[in-house]
Ligand binder design. Structure first.
Ligand SMILES: NC(=O)c1ccc[n+]([C@@H]2O[C@H](COP(=O)([O-])OP(=O)(O)OC[C@H]3O[C@@H](n4cnc5c(N)ncnc54)[C@H](O)[C@@H]3O)[C@@H](O)[C@H]2O)c1
Ligand SMILES: *[C@@H]1O[C@H](CO)[C@@H](O)[C@H](O)[C@H]1NC(C)=O
Ligand SMILES: *[C@@H]1O[C@H](CO)[C@@H](O)[C@H](O)[C@H]1NC(C)=O
Length: 438
């Protein structure tokens, strides 16, 4: 699960293809006037030297863990046909439809939200950098799915401000659904920089571009239930303390909520943060327990189940993807307009935070029992003490605020949702011999 891949000199090519076109330099003008052979040779050498200097200075083998380098490799945008695809994907097809930029569109939640918006006639443009935190072929398969529904997913990084500005030049988005992030709790110990790159720098970049856009879009973005951290009062309500994060991931999400407050306060951006509680379902994330438990049960591998001290139960408020999608759409539909223009605040704007959970925590041991029944295979359980490296013992959402303001009402229990997940899993990983679950 490492993102460290050999990088080539291609990494040093700027993300704007236009940048490579040489402008007419004074040297070339002077060449026209003094065309003696010696001068021509002299200037040619100087020119060559300058080019060589330029290439040698840009490192040919940058540190592979530098996420900004990684992102440059995947940036490949611009040109008339590219703009045409962007426009057509973002075209609104229903009366009063929205025009939404969805970041992280090739991700689990992003794919479902993009497809749902497109289905009801909204304009949707996706953005994703297809990083290899988990198997990128799954992201490509989701992209292909979206392609079939008419959603174009631009390949690029949210921290690339030139790209984001370009997208806003081409399309006047009314809304941004910001789902791109470095997810995962334990991975932060391996690659802390990726959390800073996407969840802090990337978020700030998205908000910077939104604040400068005319008109400013309204923003809905994914925070996380992990902001509740070591909070032990249950169920978790939006007003509970969130100043004791238990992981760097949680800390970056909490920081995101504070950053959102700032951009709302200074620039009049309308911002809604959604605290998702353990989302699962078809096309899900291979780094999450329900997913790799399924894989390991089928393979006969031992599955590690965490136990709290004194055999305490570890439980999660598992939330089915369709319920989350409904919450996301309701957040977009109830978002008020941003009030700023020309990068300046003109009045106060909406700032909201909602829990999107299922309100019924299920012990992880029960998750395993349900999977055993659905897969008709006995799991090889290994009980382990929960390490203190990011995970919390339980999560439980109080969703009455989302219920009141968004009409949010989850309807899928874990048994029903897992049945749909398992059906998808079996068909996805059997339909092609080449695919393997990570
Ligand atoms: N799934 C959950 O249980 C859960 C729970 C709480 C919060 N969230 C949050 O919800 C959002 C969506 O989560 P998900 O489960 O779909 O995760 P995901 O990893 O499947 O999706 C995120 C997508 O964003 C892309 N991405 C990451 N960094 C990027 C960058 N710098 N530029 C462009 N694209 C980038 C990734 O390639 C990926 O496709 C995330 O913000 C996540 O933190 C998810
Ligand atoms: C994000 O992009 C900016 C330039 O736009 C760059 O200076 C910064 O280093 C990047 N941040 C990260 C963490 O990648
Ligand atoms: C749930 O949150 C609401 C506020 O949104 C609060 O009034 C209510 O008391 C909370 N319920 C519980 C059981 O904590």
């Amino acid at each position: 699960m490492s993102q460290l891949k050999p990088v080539s000199h291609l990494d040093s090519i700027p993300s704007t293809p236009g940048k490579f076109k040489m402008d007419k330099s004074p040297y070339i003008h002077r060449l026209r006037w003094h065309s003696s052979l010696t001068k021509l040779t002299f200037w040619s050498f100087l020119f060559l030297g300058l080019i060589l200097f330029f290439f040698l200075r840009s490192p040919s083998s940058p540190s592979p863990s530098d996420p900004s380098r990684r992102s440059l490799r995947t940036s490949n945008w611009g040109g008339p046909s590219w703009e045409k695809r962007v426009r057509s994907s973002a075209r609104v097809r229903s009366r009063n439809g929205l025009s939404v930029l969805v970041t992280g569109a090739a991700g689990f939640v992003g794919t479902h939200v993009s497809a749902a918006l497109k289905r009801r006639g909204d304009g949707v443009l996706g953005l994703d950098n297809f990083n290899d935190y988990y198997d990128p072929s799954l992201k490509r398969a989701r992209q292909a799915l979206l392609e079939r529904t008419g959603v174009f997913v631009v390949e690029g990084d949210i921290n690339d401000s030139a790209l984001l500005r370009k997208l806003f030049d081409v399309v006047a988005f009314t809304h941004v659904m910001h789902l791109a992030a470095q997810a995962g709790v334990r991975y932060a110990m391996q690659n802390p920089g990726s959390y800073v790159h996407s969840n802090i720098a990337g978020l700030v970049n998205v908000l910077e571009v939104c604040k400068s856009a005319n008109p400013q879009p309204a923003i809905v973005w994914a925070s996380s239930s992990s902001v509740y951290g070591l909070n032990s009062k249950v169920p978790f309500s939006e007003r509970d303390r969130t100043d004791q994060p238990a992981s760097l991931y949680a800390a970056t999400k909490k920081a995101g909520e504070e950053i959102a407050h700032t951009y709302n306060h200074i620039y009049g951006l309308s911002i809604t943060g959604l605290r998702f509680f353990t989302v699962y379902g078809p096309w899900g994330r291979p780094d999450m327990a329900y997913f790799f438990f399924t894989k390991d049960i089928l393979k006969g591998n031992q599955i590690p189940i965490f136990e709290a001290p004194n055999h305490g139960t570890v439980a999660r408020d598992f939330t089915y993807i369709d319920d989350i999608v409904k919450g996301c759409l309701a957040a977009l539909d109830t978002a008020e307009k941003s009030t700023g223009s020309g990068g300046k605040k003109k009045g106060s704007a909406q700032l909201r935070v909602f829990n999107l959970g299922n309100t019924s925590p299920v012990p992880v041991t029960q998750l395993v029992s349900i999977l055993e029944k659905l897969l008709k295979v006995k799991a090889n359980r290994l009980m382990l003490k929960m390490p203190r490296n990011g995970d919390v013992q339980f999560t439980h959402a109080n969703i009455s605020l989302a219920q009141k303001e968004l009409g949010y009402k989850p309807t899928t229990d874990l048994q029903t949702g897992l049945k749909k997940f398992v059906r998808w899993y079996l068909s996805y990983y059997s339909s092609s011999g080449k695919k393997s679950a990570g």
